[in-house]
Write a protein that binds this ligand. Structure first.
Ligand code: FRU
Length: 469
């Protein structure tokens, strides 16, 4: 049997089979979190895109549902978002029974192949039964292509202050903002991205949202995925912090900020319509990288989502940054913790959490096994370094087996490491710094080695989310 199921994550979302990429249409409605995603049901490489669908009550346990959106004569269904139309601005539902509306990109593959430039357009579809079945709007597309090849990934939110919908759209290597009264007619408001941010690749999957710090000050954050030219070479997500006046987004500064310094968190976007009394801003990313995503040794499923992360606005030396914290609901799959004081410890499960809750310098943690595979994690002068050059299978790609380095932290005061069958997610300082990395060890990395800097750590086995695991 070709290796495949041994790498299936115990507690991350995966499609049962075949290809998945970006999370799409993250939206909360009537007790359910919806995860739609780029899906190709007929093979384990990228192909004619559909929107796959799953729902959850806690963003940790997922139920897979039938495909939500199928390609049609206008094209493949590329990435996009979903909103609840509470005011019935579209007329698709009623105020009592609002529609869930998906805003997505049509990619006209035949058009692209025949040399057409305007092959990406924006379209909408709605559901009146909690995302189970969908009706595509009969006058699609709702936003025509102005003559630019890369014109995609609409992320929409309701802007209360100006009483209109705002769409962030990736346009080659900038972001355009459009507004609409009804999701059907769109007006260009402004453009962002010239002479700012990291370029050298295509900008994709933007997300603009307000966020409050712990003092109640509001800032606006713009997430922009970039491919290639991320900090580890391939795809990665950068972000800007600034203000939005209903028309124009202005960044506070020109600093380049990365949401995750690992190689494997891409196209992440946040949930729409999280209830006000909850108020969290929660992100899910695609846990892969376009450098090798189609070649990773998993069959027939390919790709997992990251753990959902709560984004928080914090300050360091008077400068804002975004913290990514695994959502609290993850406690639903945590089991009894143990305090480990030995330098080498063998875990009984292949999915576990390592935690250190004190200031610590220059530490090393090696995750290894008896087959000789080793994944190295260390910090040197506040820089986090991971090494997956000897972590099992990396034969499928030139770029995969590499050492990854982060930006520098002033100090490190806590560490959380989530290990699963084919991933490691490292959070330092409550998520001031994150590194998400795929790994394909020959056998599970159940042996933990720590250096002298670590006197003890908390170890918590993590329960699988799938009953059939
Ligand atoms: C990002 C992306 C999007 C696009 C989708 C196609 O990974 O390239 O820009 O909509 O994937 O599957």
């Amino acid at each position: 049997k070709k290796s495949g199921e041994q790498y299936r994550p115990a507690y991350h979302f995966t499609p049962e089979k075949n290809w998945m990429n970006d999370p799409n249409g993250l939206v909360y409605f009537e007790g359910e979190y919806h995860l739609f995603y780029q899906y190709y049901p007929d093979d384990n490489i990228w192909g004619p895109m559909h929107w796959g669908h799953a729902i959850s009550k806690d963003m940790v346990h997922w139920k897979r549902l039938p495909i939500a959106l199928f390609p049609d004569k206008l094209g493949y269904i590329f990435s996009g978002s979903a909103v609840i139309d509470w005011n019935n601005t579209t007329g698709f539902g009623t105020k009592e029974k609002p529609a869930m509306v998906a805003i997505y990109t049509y990619h006209d593959m035949a058009g692209e192949k025949s040399g057409k430039i305007k092959y990406q357009t924006q379209a909408i579809a709605y559901s009146l039964d909690k995302g189970r079945t969908w009706v595509k709007y009969e006058k699609n597309p709702v936003l025509e292509n102005p003559g630019i090849k890369d014109f995609r990934d609409p992320k929409v939110f309701w802007h209360q202050e100006s009483n209109k919908w705002i769409m962030s759209l990736a346009v080659h290597d900038q972001i355009n903002f459009y507004s609409s009264k009804n999701l059907k007619e769109w007006v260009l408001e402004s453009e962002f991205g010239k002479n700012i941010g990291s370029h050298g690749g295509i900008w994709e999957c933007p997300d603009l949202f307000p966020i409050k710090d712990s003092y109640g000050n509001t800032k606006w954050v713009l997430l922009v995925s970039l491919n290639p030219n991320g900090p580890q070479g391939g795809s990665a997500t950068q972000y800007f912090i600034g203000d939005f006046n209903g028309s124009v987004f202005t960044s506070d500064d020109t600093k380049i900020r990365w949401l995750d310094y690992g190689a494997d968190n891409y196209a992440g976007v946040t949930f729409s319509d999280i209830p006000k009394d909850d108020g969290r801003r929660i992100l899910i990313g695609w846990m892969s990288n376009w450098q090798y995503s189609q070649a990773v040794p998993t069959y027939s499923w390919r790709s997992a989502m990251t753990l959902p992360r709560e984004l928080l606005l914090s300050k360091n030396n008077n400068e804002y940054y975004i913290q990514s914290k695994p959502i609290d609901e993850i406690k639903n799959i945590l089991t009894k913790s143990e305090l480990i004081t030995s330098k080498i410890h063998t875990v009984k499960t292949s999915s576990y959490l390592i935690e250190i809750n004190k200031e610590i310098q220059d530490f090393k943690i090696n995750l290894q096994n008896s087959t000789g595979d080793i994944f190295k994690i260390e910090t040197k002068n506040g820089i986090l370094i991971t090494d997956r050059t000897k972590t099992g299978d990396n034969s499928f790609s030139e770029e995969f087996g590499a050492v990854h380095k982060s930006m520098e932290l002033e100090k490190i005061f806590n560490v959380k490491i989530f290990v699963d069958n084919s991933s490691v997610e490292i959070f330092l300082n409550n998520g001031e710094l994150v590194m998400t990395e795929l790994i394909f060890p020959t056998n599970p990395l159940t042996e933990i080695y720590v250096n002298e800097a670590i006197k003890d750590y908390k170890l918590t086995p993590i329960k699988p989310i799938w009953k059939t695991n």
